[in-house]
Write a protein that binds this ligand. Structure first.
Ligand code: SAM
Ligand code: SF4
Length: 470
């Protein structure tokens, strides 16, 4: 692999600036309320404005922050939540990230890569549960070359079980060179995710030994720009919360989003904000563990700061935390998650086997239970992939920037894909709740002709038609 950075490569994380913003910004009620007002018009926030929100401490102002995030989410972005499943392909790894259950020094970890046949079995199981969107996850190892990854993507798309199919495959893998990203892109992926883990250089060096590939901070920081050069315009960034001060990481994520917007003309498609979880042999001092309250605050702040970016909350969080935080602007969650390699074809056991997975998950509910919960909270569970499949890439931008786009495309498609799920996979309890939600949502559609059009598509789905999209 050619380890050259792109020619514009720049260390755009200004540690001194971020620290001074954190240390010198005090809670300012008037300023904060101005920022709430501004955010309603979907303008991304500057680092200074983000720092003002990070400085909020008083309960009343925090409540206003949550309310602003909640309203932004409901009134501007709609009430869909996109569902996906992570699928771990292999856990061989040449790196030694001290927080990870896949790190090379862990001799007791059971190492495995799925063969094509095993992958087909896993995907079949996921399709039989109702999944349509996957994120494939890999350790960093010469085995997992761009060609290997591209092949696994093609295998996933090729599996058709009953009425099921995978309509979108995203990737979370080690950073590549431009050519590598191009090869993976050509296999038909959606988003490519690379998390910076921590934007703070000293901390980065502490958790990622210098004698490993991942020890190179700039190689990782520049990854999404190389991806863009390789043709990937759907970029997912993230930070692993708990390694350093959460406020620094939020400012790092906003700096990264601004940088991609400036260099690529498009911001990140998604931001992930995993909190560090228990992992095999994880015995490290974590003085920066993020509390549930701070977690809630950081999600609400991200919602306001990067309005065109999807927010992903994973099953690392417990069902209680997911329930408390989802309304502040989360747009995607995973469900029915198994992290053991080859784990979807196994019966779920009460105990997670940490020697076979990267970390412990918090939300172990099955997909159907998660869907039932979302419906009970008046969210529309969505498996929609239509923008991507009819060539409307950059859909997040269109969703938010084109007036009426959500009403015209996103909500109807979410209802159609929900109806497919209810017909083919759901329990009777979820089916009943789901069709009640669909009826309520149809009543919200003012234009009678459109309402009729969507209702008749749902009737077609109930009669056996599939893949009807807007
Ligand atoms: N090996 C590639 C890499 O490091 O970029 C691919 C992804 S790794 C399997 C997926 C992500 O899991 C990492 O980027 C990291 O943020 C997260 N992760 C690792 N250990 C974790 C832990 N103990 N708790 C929560 N998340 C963890
Ligand atoms: Fe390997 Fe990724 Fe785990 Fe680091 S986080 S040890 S690179 S799998």
């Amino acid at each position: 692999m050619n380890r050259e950075l792109t020619k514009n490569a720049e260390d755009f994380i200004n540690d001194d600036l971020l620290h001074s913003l954190i240390n010198n910004t005090k809670e300012d009620v008037v300023r904060v309320r101005e920022i709430f007002e501004k955010s309603k018009s979907k303008v991304p926030l500057s680092l200074e404005e983000t720092a003002a929100l990070l400085a909020i401490k008083s309960p009343e102002l925090l409540e206003e922050l949550f309310q602003t995030a909640r309203e932004l989410k409901r009134s501007i972005y709609g009430n869909r939540i996109v569902l996906f499943a992570p699928l771990y392909i292999g856990n061989y790894c040449i790196n030694n990230c001290t927080y990870c259950g896949f790190r090379r020094s862990l001799r007791s970890a059971v190492r495995k890569s799925l063969s094509d046949q095993e992958l087909v079995t896993e995907v079949t199981q996921l399709e039989d549960e109702g999944h349509k969107r996957l994120i494939l996850v890999y350790g960093e190892h010469p085995k997992y070359s761009p060609e290997f990854i591209a092949n696994t993507v093609k295998v996933c798309y090729g599996v058709k079980s009953g009425k099921g199919e995978i309509r979108r495959v995203n990737i979370n893998a080690a950073p590549m060179d431009v050519e590598g990203f191009r090869i993976v892109k050509e296999s038909g992926i959606g988003t490519f995710q690379v998390f910076q883990e921590t934007y703070h250089k000293e901390t980065y060096a502490k958790y990622h030994p210098a004698d490993t590939v991942k020890g190179d901070y700039m190689w990782r920081l520049n990854a999404m720009e190389r991806a863009f050069e390789g043709g990937i315009d759907d970029m997912g960034i993230g930070a692993l919360f708990g390694l350093y001060d959460w406020r620094f990481e939020v400012l790092g994520l906003v700096s990264h989003a601004n940088r991609l917007q400036k260099i690529c003309g498009v911001g990140p498609h998604t931001i992930s904000f995993p909190r560090i979880k228990k992992a095999l042999g994880l015995n490290i001092d974590l003085p920066y563990q993020v509390s549930d309250d701070n977690f809630k605050q950081l999600v609400a702040i991200l919602r306001l700061a990067v309005p065109y970016t999807g927010l992903i909350m994973t099953a690392r969080e417990s069902s209680e935390v997911r329930d408390a935080v989802i309304e502040f602007g989360v747009s995607q969650i995973d469900a029915g998650t198994r992290l053991e390699i080859g784990g979807y074809q196994e019966k779920r056991e009460a105990d997670q086997k940490l020697n076979r997975e990267q970390f412990q998950i918090g939300d172990t509910r099955e997909l159907d239970e998660v869907i039932h919960w979302l419906i009970s909270r008046d969210f529309i569970p969505s498996f929609c992939t239509s923008c991507y499949r009819v060539g409307r890439t950059g859909e997040h931008f269109m969703e938010y920037a084109i007036p009426g786009f959500i009403g015209r495309f996103c909500t109807p498609n979410a209802l159609l894909t929900l109806s497919e799920y209810l017909e083919d996979y759901s329990s009777s309890k979820t089916k009943e709740a789901g069709y009640n939600l669909i009826s309520k949502e149809l009543l919200k559609i003012k234009d009678a002709r459109r309402r009729e059009e969507i209702s008749s598509k749902i009737e077609l789905i109930r009669g056996g038609k599939r893949d009807l999209l807007y």
